[in-house]
Design a protein around this ligand. Structure first.
Ligand code: HEM
Length: 537
């Protein structure tokens, strides 16, 4: 029997029944070749692993962002691998690799590591830990409704009120010393108010204290390799008295704080709701009564209120993230204060722009944004100079992948070294220079990479609060510079203190806020004092 031409097979012909087998074989061979190739490929370079424990002893816990940067030089690669017993940790040391993988291939790197410590401590509710999937999509969509670029404008009034209160409090500080706690105040207040409707009077409010304590644990557990139980999950079954089970005590001590941080503010909101329950109920009945036959209710504030209360009740986990939001935003402002004390010429230039555009009779408002390009530059440089999350928040690879000839196995923890990445090739501590973002005419230069495309993370998991954060940071920076001069504080001998990132930066943790603020804030003029004192309308 002669061979049938392609496409001429009949139902009963042998070539018809062989064809699917041929296709199957070809696919299998192709897949096998691909699989074998992936198996053949080596992991990205990194410190040499030991049998069984891999690089467990190489895990840097002190300033890991600096160690990762050094490894990139030692191994001549900006994609690195640290092998831990449970999974490889892939470190991304340049904007290019972080963008290529977490950004461009977001569909396979959009997941988050299944961290045991998240679960044991109670952090698995946080949106940045939710696995990629339906629950996250829902949470993200819901969050986006309130925090997209347009929606965040509804919070401008609250932000302006709180920034003004911050200026007033600072003015009353006897020693003029910049105070970390005081800098946190406006952000904590605004976030709690817009999230839970709670107005706090002081940072000693138990809700705030509790949140801060809980956040310290978030910062500690998110550093890859910090807890051995992640690498050897069986350790969690060790009796508490064994030497390797110290994490049990850590959990016993901290889990209640984490749970309370979640429940307490929400509980307070519920109390308020309960107090107004009768009123709400009446509102609701009216709304229900006014529902038309087609099932729609006339739009009304009451309807929105009831709807919002219902949603708040069923979505408390989506709000949980906001607490970390305070930490990052506050940290950016603290580093901005340090930078201004170190770079007086930048400060003067910024103040000249404010004097020219705003004048001495009022404070800046969000609407001044477009007229203040130099201040925009100061904001962008503050985000870049010391990123609030120097090693981002890790992602997880969902499938085996190949990149630049290296194998990236499924289930790898992907860590963007934002510290190095956001240096944009500039030596970090060399300079704080807002002008790098401006063109010759002093306008924002679209050719220069905006550091917000890095410090807020990558791809689908990029920070969902970035519009809100930028609005808050812009207003705070512009307002402080408009009315205060920032200088290094004096030491015991009356000399200006020597400031540097290295001296102020903490050794470890996920958040990088300065250990202290050795700076003073003094009013620029009598006019400034008057403007600060004016009651916010
Ligand atoms: C300077 C301030 C801030 C910085 C530097 C920052 C940075 C980040 C980073 C690096 C991530 C992880 C992104 C990734 O996984 O690739 C993140 C996630 C997130 N941030 Fe921010 N953030 C800031 C402020 C805020 C604020 C003010 C909010 C809320 C109003 C917020 C809400 C969130 C949420 C909800 C996520 C989780 C997103 C997800 O997993 O889908 N952040 N942020």
């Amino acid at each position: 029997m002669g061979l049938l031409p392609l496409g001429s097979a009949t139902l009963n012909s042998p070539s018809f029944s062989l064809f699917p087998m041929f296709v199957l074989l070809a696919i299998s061979l192709g897949a096998f070749a691909l699989f074998s190739r992936k198996r053949e490929l080596s992991l990205p370079p990194g410190p040499k692993p030991l049998p069984v424990i891999g690089n467990l002893f190489d895990v840097p816990l002190i300033k890991p962002w600096i160690v990762y940067e050094k490894w990139a030089q030692t191994y001549g690669s900006d994609v690195l691998c640290m092998q831990l017993p449970s999974q490889p940790v892939i470190i991304l040391n340049s904007a290019q690799v972080a963008g290529d993988l977490l950004g461009e291939r977001s569909n396979i790197y959009g997941d988050k590591p299944r961290a045991l410590m998240d679960k044991l401590l109670g952090w698995d509710w946080a949106m940045s830990s939710i696995p990629y999937g339906q629950r996250w999509t829902y949470a993200r969509k819901y969050f986006h409704q309130s925090f997209n670029g347009i929606a965040v404008q509804q919070y401008r009034d609250v932000q302006q009120r709180e920034v003004r209160r911050f200026l007033q409090r600072t003015l009353m500080e006897q020693d003029r010393k910049a105070n970390m706690k005081s800098v946190t105040h406006p952000f904590a207040t605004v976030i709690l108010e817009i999230t839970y409707g709670i107005q706090i009077q002081s940072l000693d409010d138990p809700v705030v204290v509790n949140i801060r304590e809980a956040l310290e644990t978030f910062s500690e557990i998110k550093v890859p390799g910090a807890f051995w139980v992640e690498a050897f999950p069986f350790l969690r079954h060790l009796p508490r008295w064994t030497p390797g089970a110290a994490f049990h005590r850590y959990i016993d001590l901290n889990r209640p704080k984490v749970l309370a941080a979640r429940e307490r503010p929400f509980g307070r909101t519920l109390q308020d709701i309960a107090r107004n329950f009768y009123t709400c109920l009446r509102f609701e009945l009216n709304v229900v009564k006014s529902i038309k036959n087609d099932g729609t209710a006339p739009p009304s504030m009451v309807h929105d209120l009831v709807q919002a209360l219902r949603e708040e009740y069923s979505n408390k986990n989506e709000y949980y993230e906001h607490e970390a939001a305070v930490e990052t935003t506050h940290s950016t402002i603290c580093w901005f204060i340090v930078a201004m004390a170190m770079y007086p010429q930048v400060q003067e230039k910024a103040q000249r722009e404010l004097d020219r555009v705003i004048g001495a009779d009022r404070l800046p408002v969000h609407e001044d944004y477009d007229s203040l390009p130099y201040i925009q530059g100061v904001m962008l440089e503050s985000l870049r100079w010391v990123p609030g999350l120097p090693i981002g928040i890790p992602h997880r690879s969902m499938v085996d992948d190949e990149y630049r000839g290296y194998r990236i196995p499924k289930n790898s923890t992907m860590v963007p070294n934002t510290w190095n990445v956001s240096s944009l090739g500039i030596m970090m501590q060399d300079s704080f220079d807002p002008e790098r973002y401006l063109d010759k005419e002093g306008r924002i230069n679209p050719e220069v990479r905006d550091p917000s495309t890095i410090v807020f993370g990558f791809g689908r998991r990029m920070c969902a609060g970035r519009y809100f954060a930028k609005e808050a940071i812009f207003l705070t920076i512009a307002s402080i510079l408009h009315v205060f001069n920032i200088q290094p504080a004096l030491d015991e001998d009356g000399k200006p203190m020597q400031l540097s990132i290295a001296a102020a930066a903490p050794e470890s943790g996920l958040f990088l806020h300065p250990k202290r603020l050795d700076c003073t804030l003094a009013p620029r003029s009598d006019k400034a004092v008057k403007v600060i004192g004016e009651v916010y309308e």
